[in-house]
Structures are given as C-alpha cells and as structure tokens.
Design a protein around this ligand. Sequence first.
Ligand code: SF4
Length: 511
Amino acid sequence: MVKRYHLGSEAVRTINNENLLPPGLIQRLHNNYPKYSGFFYEDDAIFKDKEHYSGLKGFREIVQTLKEHGIELTHIKDREFFIEVYRFLATRYVLNTIDWKNYESDSNYQLVFPQPGMIHPDEVKKYADAPNEEARKRVVEDYMHKTNPHDGKQKLNKPWYINDEGHLEILEGSQHKYPPVKLILDKTTQTCFSFCTYCFRHAQVRGDEDMFVQREVVQVHEYLKRHKEVSDILITGGDGGYIPYERLLEYVQPLIDDPELRHIRTVRIGSRAINFHPEWLLTDAFKRILELLQKLTENGIQAVWVAHISTPHDVMNPASVAAVRRLKRYGVAVKSQSPIMNHISLFYDENGKVDIDRSAQNWIDLGNVLAMLGIGFHSMYCARPTGEHHYFTAPLADISKIFNKVYRSLASINRPSRYITMTSSAGKTSLMGTAEINGEKVFALKFNEARNMEWMDTTFFAKYDEQENTIEKLVPYGSDKYFYEDELVKIEEQLSKALEKEMKLAADHDQ
Ligand code: SF4
C-alpha cells in the first residue's frame, strides 16, 4: 500500500512501530468510500526522485515527466502565467496522491495546479504575446499589482505595546483581531509544503514587501502578559507545520513556566502538512515536536493541529492517515477548517448551475470520514475575495443550500461546529440560512467572531440575492447599513490613530 507513495524508510518504520495503519480502519474507509480512496492504487508512483518541485522550473519538470508517461498537459501559457504571478510548489507526495488516469477531476490536481480560466484570457494573451523576456516580466508585474494580497484590512490587526522602557514595540508578524486569539506568522513558517491555487495569503507565500513576519519571540510573550483576554495562540504562516522544534520550544516553554502566562490555554498550529507532506509528521525529528506538544497537554494547555481538509480524497491515503493517528497518539487534537471551493469541494453541472447534491455529498462523506479518523470538523469557510476568487467561488444562495443538506445529513456530533463562514474586516460572519420578513426573502446572518464580540449576540438580515458570492457585499435588509457599521468605522479609525500616535511619539523620542 505504501509503495505507490514512495515513502522513505523512516516513515515506513514509524508506521509499523506505532501501528499507524491498522488494516481494519483502512479497509473500512476504503469499502465505505472507494471513490476517494488512494489506499490501493495499482500503478507505480510517477514521481520518485525529488522531494518537491518548485516554480516554473519545477512545473516544467513535472510537465516533462508526465509527458514521458503519456500525459500531455495543455494550456501551458495559462498555467505558467499563473505561476509567475502567484508561485508554484508541489511535494512528491501530493503529486503521487493524484489519480493520473483521471487527473482533471482529481481534487489535489485542481488544488495545486494552475488551471485555464483562473486568470482572464485577455491577460493571458498579453503574457503569451510578449515579444521578449523583459516585456513578459512587465506583464507579470502589472498583473501582480492588480491582485489584492491583504483583504479584511488585515494590516489594522498588527498588535503593539509600550515596553518597560517606554518604547513602542510593534509585532510585525502577529495579528490580534478577536480578543481570545492571537495569530503568529513566525519567521520560520513563511513558506508552505505545497502552494494552493486559491491561497488567500499569497502576500506571505510569494514574499511581498508588506508580508507579516514575527522575528522576536519575546515580544509575543510581553504582549500576551499585557493581554489577559487572549487564551489561544495560533502559529500559522505560510504553514505553521514548518516551525522547527527549537523555535516552538522558545514560544511554548514560557507558557508552562511563567505564572504571568497562565491565561494561555491553547496552542494551535495551522498546517496542511497532513495532506501535502505527511512524511514530515512521521520522522524521528518530528517526534521531538510531538513530545513537546504532549508536554503542553500534560500542563493543561490544549495542543491543536488545525488542518484544512476539503474532501475525503485529501486524507484517504496511507501517510495522511498515519500522520493523523500519530498526532493523536501524542494527545494532539486534530481539527479541520475546511475551505469550500469550486472544482475541489464544490461542483457545477453541465448547464453551469451549482450541483447542490453532488457538492453536498462530498461534504457529507467528508464529515463521516473525519469522524472515522477522530478529526474534529471545525468549519466550512468560503473563498476570500483575494487572488482569482471568481474561479473558486459560487453564489451564497447555493452554498447555503449545500450547507443545509450537509448539516441535516450528518449526526450532530459530526457536524461542522459553526455555520458557513466568510471573513471580512468586521469579523467572521456566518450565513445562518434564509427567512421571510413581511413576505420578502432574506438571508439571516450572525457573527461567530467579531472586532466587538458583543456583535455576536445579534442576528441581522440582508436582502436575498441569487448571485452574490461575498457576504460583505450583500445589501442590508430594512436599513441602509448593518447595525455594526458605524462602530466598525470608529474602531478602525481608533486602531490606526492609536498606532500613528505611538509611532510619532516613538519617532520624537528617538530624535
Ligand atoms: S497552505 Fe495556506 S498559506 Fe500555504 S498556499 Fe495553501 S492556503 Fe496559502
């Protein structure tokens, strides 16, 4: 079973020694969900040599290797333009999870490989027609400027504090938007194991000037000591799974030792290693990280591995199952925040309409597979309006119908823990469903995280819309604005004014 994936001897030894692939589990998963199963592929691995393939060079190597196996990728210019704008990276492992006999409908192929139609054909034409290298670069740069790296006014979320010497300290690689959770985009987690074509953090993964990078660990602890409302830290990126043992130790040991940090109750690591590079989680080196996470749990601090699994195919392969089981053996809770994306976990029919039943079935099957693996189904979230959003999204009205079907079809303990969610500057808004007010159909909305957490207590309404795909752009019902909008403007102004003031004071102080 593992031969097809070309796993290293260390990973195979771990799987055997720690009983990570019990035959009963694998057989039950395969028998119940054969169409997603990559456990018993009969053909040999196509990708055997390199651990990963990166950039245009790596993409061209893959194209060549596929050609040697009788598979001819088309639309090369469309794909190469995308890669020059957004980057490309694929691990050997994820390439071997693709069912190359039916690759066009394979979710991992759709996830990692740029596709025709992602970038508008007029833009691709400019790129294809560029007479020389210099002109081609200009087309790429011009298009890059049109993309929107930081949505939701994320830059307003950079936390800061005044240190004991009276100096301003800005945490350049952190975000603190909702009181209980602080995000850390550490300097060691700025890349990913593979790149997703719908990435909403492409400023991070392509290394834009305005990326978030946390260099000083001590700043994080100092900030946390001043913010007792924070209970969770989330190490993310890029991919939080990249964090080395020594760096993680620097972050978490003080949480155990320092009485001033006792309010931190959860350490989350946001990572796609389970689907993209599960071999890493099966190494001896990773065992040190597991032991450290176990130590956290033994000290009353929950350790959570936040995965992003959108279809059973993401995890129904030997190393992904083994990786999940290994995390759990060391007391790490595994949960999935699952993106709902067209072509991957949401599908249109041949008439161009969202196929509600087929899309819902993917999610119902996923809910059951996650349950069989003991993974918590945290959420289904919609594509953020960044990158090539149009390609991945669908009308909210259809997504709501999919969600309703999923929710009523799963046993209550296997359902996502919150309704369909979309992020904006105000917070994370859930689409609760539809209602009728005075004979008019409306969407019912509710925050599940918000800049002012009291907004979470209020259900509010937007006009029903068959086409709109972004919650923020829905039109308020019964009023010209939502109940929170005036306060949001004030909060945003206060945040930027407070920071400006402190920066000015710091500049005056330094002169
Ligand atoms: S793992 Fe996350 S940050 Fe990395 S490419 Fe995918 S969506 Fe972007």
